[in-house]
Ligand binder design. Structure first.
Ligand code: SP5
Ligand code: ZN
Length: 346
């Protein structure tokens, strides 16, 4: 396994504020997450740096106007009299409003190109998001070149980022970028298996009408949990994509027996649908002690997960998503990677 780790400074310069239960707090998606994971995984692995992000690839996944917004948002925010410490929306277009009219002011753009108040933009956000996406791209390239499995330590995470909206701590959809790179490099069909606690609404949307990417997610029921408006079991794809999306919403308190049964249903599809590469959106916010989540997986369960994914037998890119219990983050991620490695070599 090759592990791709970005420049620590670049990641650390992204530190957003989050509106949580009417309190503005430093985001749960904190800068020390990447450092903690890097420390744990580089005990066994020599870290590799990412290459330069391919802007053409980025443009195949995200909207050009959205990318321009992300690039300029912080500078635009600086022009705002009375601005606060992070660029954050306070008004989103509601159902009947004029969303076909391109936004001009930064306040309008933040609402138009975002969907959640858990997410904001600071000075280092664009550079950090690009660096994370480059890791996903490089990890995919290296698998296309023959590696069996790679890990991209992406921070900020990506699976909530849609074609043209940020939210859920996500700006660029790293898993989608990895999957698109795999397709461009010759894969016939990529499976994205998303095990983060939250539904990956962005990844689902990007590939919803396509049959070249199968998207499966196991997550907290959107009736009770973020992102609330996507991830229901009856969302199965549209047009060419019918049957190429699977959602496994599970109730708060779910433990590994129920969770892994849902995983098996997803992996059955991966085989049945003839996927030839696997991208895993790895969130470990399913951990029993995660501060913002309510599943009950243990470190041992993460080890079991790694071995199970290895048994799928496909060339695999593992992309980091969520996980907020910083004290156990390193050991939980390492549990997945180490057992994957051992199982695949055996
Ligand atoms: C990548 C990822 O895991 N994104 C998750 C984004 C979730 N953001 C909203 C979380 C709201 C949690 N509120 C918890 C209250 C604890 N005081
Ligand atoms: Zn999550």
């Amino acid at each position: 396994m090759h592990v791709f780790v970005g420049d620590a400074e670049t990641s650390a310069r992204h530190h957003a504020l989050e509106l949580d239960a009417a309190r503005l707090i430093p985001s749960w998606e904190s800068p020390n997450r990447a450092a903690t994971i890097a420390a744990a995984i580089t005990e066994n692995h020599q870290p590799l740096a990412g290459g330069d992000l391919d802007d053409e690839l980025l443009g195949r996944v995200h909207d050009a106007g959205y990318l321009e917004f992300l690039r300029t948002a912080w500078d635009d925010w600086q022009q705002l009299p009375g601005r606060g410490p992070a660029a954050m929306a306070a008004c989103w277009p509601a159902r009947w409003m004029a969303t076909d009219r391109p936004p001009v002011s930064i306040d309008a753009k933040l609402g138009y190109y975002g969907f959640g108040a858990d997410c904001s933009i600071t000075a280092g956000t664009w550079a950090a998001a690009r660096s994370a996406a480059a890791l996903a791209q490089s990890a995919a390239d290296d698998v296309l070149a023959g590696a069996t499995v790679n890990f991209a330590l992406c921070r900020p995470p990506g699976h909530h980022a849609t074609i043209d909206q940020f939210g859920g701590y996500c700006y660029l959809n790293n898993a989608a970028i990895a999957a698109q790179r795999c397709l461009d490099g010759g894969s016939g069909r990529v499976a994205i298996v998303d095990v983060d606690y939250h539904h990956g609404n962005g990844t689902q949307q990007i590939f919803y009408e396509r049959s070249d990417v199968y998207y499966a997610s196991i997550h907290a029921d959107p009736v009770t949990d973020f992102p609330y408006f996507a991830g229901f079991a009856d969302e199965r794809g549209r047009g060419d994509g019918v049957g190429y999306t699977r959602n496994e919403p599970l109730p708060a308190g779910t433990g590994f027996a129920t969770w892994s049964a849902a995983l098996e249903r997803c992996l059955d599809d991966v085989v049945t649908l003839g996927c030839d590469m696997l991208v895993m959106s790895l969130g470990v916010d399913t951990f029993v002690d995660d501060p913002i989540s309510q599943f009950r997986l243990t470190t041992g369960d993460f080890a079991t997960l790694g071995a199970r994914l290895a048994a799928v037998g496909l060339p695999t890119v593992i992309v980091m998503e969520g996980g907020y219990d910083v004290d156990d983050l390193g050991v939980n991620v390492a549990a997945v990677l180490d057992t994957f490695d051992i199982a695949r070599v055996a």
